[in-house]
Design a binder for this molecule. Structure first.
Ligand code: ATP
Length: 512
């Protein structure tokens, strides 16, 4: 199965099993906006819980916040979003399709990498055991040529971005012969800037009403509450403020399912530090955040670092964690050293002092900030896409979602073997005991085999089957999702066994 086919299957699986629906589907949908269904919302809540506990509960110096989506419009002037939150756009005149010019060039650059990797793989096969990859990469002429070409395009691209040179960006597309994936032609328009913020009006009278923006990131809500939290929480630097919430961007290239949405959710943390110590904290948070991802056990090889070639105007260091999605390695989380840019800007635009008085050093300063910013929806996609698995069992295919047990939407399904002889009543009793602690599902329709398959398809780690023996000796069959193994256990032991595997503590413990 190609990665493209796999991705299509994941998308339709998400719909079929109540994880994700197209928004407003009844009215033919709204592009790049999605709704989370009955299982999706559970998985999403569990990811949030994992993040919140890892950030706020495990770090005594990090506290939470829930700021409003609507904010004073000057905030977005101060943050630079009104003037600089732009994407460079280009249209293909034949297909009439619109693209982000920077994405076209980045995809083109990635193709050089693919070519290099192909050469490496070919050589690995040829040389077998004796293959020295490092040496091959640094001496093979073809690899060196690709690398040189890639470096040259990258350098031109970074320069054009830095100079805000839209013609220069277009010229790279022309010179590199980049074609529209739909029409296959190079018939491109000029490159234009497009602001990604949605705006609306505050108040009921349009006339004289203020234009306000739907926040494109949650971070600014944290910055403008810095003083409130620091003072009321008596926070000492270094400390962090964490927030989970919706963000909105009028994305031009809305594709790849929930990877790029117009309404999405972010989990962001701003860590306030003493100037001069920011790079040290930056390294610490890079390490912590990667550990958080790896604790899920989706595979260490699924993550890689991407260092920003072009730093945003406010940053002095920036890395992304990229995840190996079915459509390739793409950003899932950004870790940025944002200097004191935001707080200084808000100080200037609000005319109010935003400073920290350091008692020990007896000095006041504007703190520096290290940010960790992850997209909840991208995180969801990373989990669901690496969990999706098709297994051949005899002449049947089993579709199973190997979601890490603590994040699974339903932890245990309680299934009476038949709908009579008091088995449903006993099953319900068991359900009532378990549901205080665990998200359970009760199912009595269809054969037991079919019910197991349905639970596999939503990633339920355990099924328990209540049969005639249960009524006699107080035991049930416990079935494990991943191995399909079945064992006979006492009803009194179920809660302990399931909790042991599904407790979020299993993930958190790995971060200590
Ligand atoms: P990209 O380069 O993919 O547009 P970005 O660099 O603009 O992303 P940030 O502004 O750093 O993203 O936002 C932090 C995180 O928010 C990203 O790592 C990503 O996980 C998530 N995110 C950003 N834009 C979107 C979107 N349109 N849909 C879903 N998640 C998003």
């Amino acid at each position: 199965m190609t990665q493209e086919d796999l991705f299509k299957k994941i998308v339709s699986h998400c719909k079929e099993y109540g994880f994700i629906f197209q928004s407003s589907e009844l009215y033919d949908g709204l592009s790049a906006v999605y709704d989370y269904g009955q299982n999706g919302v559970e998985l999403k809540n569990n990811i949030k819980e994992y993040w919140w506990k890892a950030m706020v509960q495990l770090n005594e110096e990090v506290v939470g916040l829930d700021s409003a989506i609507f904010m004073h419009p000057t905030i977005w002037k101060a943050s630079g979003h009104v003037d600089a939150f732009n994407d460079p756009l280009i249209d293909n005149k034949d297909s009439k399709k619109r693209y982000r010019a920077d994405v076209l060039i980045e995809d083109h650059i990635e193709k050089f990498n693919d070519k290099i990797n192909k050469e490496v793989e070919k050589a690995r096969k040829r040389f077998g055991e004796a293959f020295n990859e490092e040496q091959f990469r640094s001496t093979n002429q073809r690899v060196l040529d690709y690398q040189a070409k890639m470096d040259a395009v990258k350098a031109r691209f970074v320069k054009a971005l830095e100079d805000n040179d839209l013609d220069g960006i277009r010229q790279i597309i022309i010179d590199e012969g980049i074609v529209c994936p739909i029409s296959g032609t190079k018939n491109w328009t000029e490159v234009r800037q497009f602001n990604l913020m949605f705006d609306t009006k505050l108040g009921s009278v349009a006339e004289g009403a203020n234009t306000i923006y739907l926040r494109p990131e949650t971070a600014q809500g944290i910055f403008v509450n810095y003083l409130n939290v620091q003072k009321t929480g008596r926070m000492k630097i270094p400390f962090g403020i964490a927030q989970i919430g919706k963000a909105f961007r009028n994305e031009i290239v809305a594709r790849q399912f929930i990877f790029r949405m117009r309404e999405f959710e972010q989990m962001e943390m701003q860590y306030f530090v003493k100037p001069g110590t920011e790079l040290e904290w930056f390294e610490k948070w890079r390490e912590k955040r990667l550990k958080w991802h790896k604790a899920l056990g989706l595979g260490d090889n699924k993550y890689r670092w991407h260092k920003h070639d072009k730093l945003a105007h406010y940053a002095n260091a920036a890395y992304d964690i990229e995840f190996d999605f079915p459509f390739g390695f793409k950003e899932i989380e950004g870790i940025h050293s944002r200097t004191n840019f935001d707080l200084s800007q808000h100080q200037q635009f609000s005319g109010k002092k935003i400073q920290y008085f350091d008692n020990e050093a007896n000095e006041a300063y504007t703190p520096y900030v290290v940010e960790t910013s992850i997209g909840l929806d991208r995180m969801f996609l990373s989990i669901i896409s690496s969990a999706y698995c098709e297994e051949q069992i005899g002449d049947e295919t089993r579709v199973v979602l190997r979601i890490p047990a603590p994040l699974a939407p339903v932890k245990v399904a309680v299934l009476p073997l038949v709908k009579k002889d008091g088995l449903p009543e006993l099953a319900e009793k068991i359900m009532n005991r378990l549901k205080l602690n665990l998200n359970c599902q009760y199912e009595e329709k269809d054969s037991i085999g079919k019910r197991y398959r349905r639970q596999d398809a939503i990633g339920t780690p355990f099924c328990i089957t209540v049969d005639h023996q249960s009524a006699e000796d107080g035991t049930v069959t416990l079935r494990h999702r991943d191995t399909m193994e079945q064992e006979r256990v006492s009803i009194d032991d179920i809660e302990r066994i399931v909790t042991e595997k599904c407790d979020i503590k299993n993930l958190l413990r790995q971060l200590m």
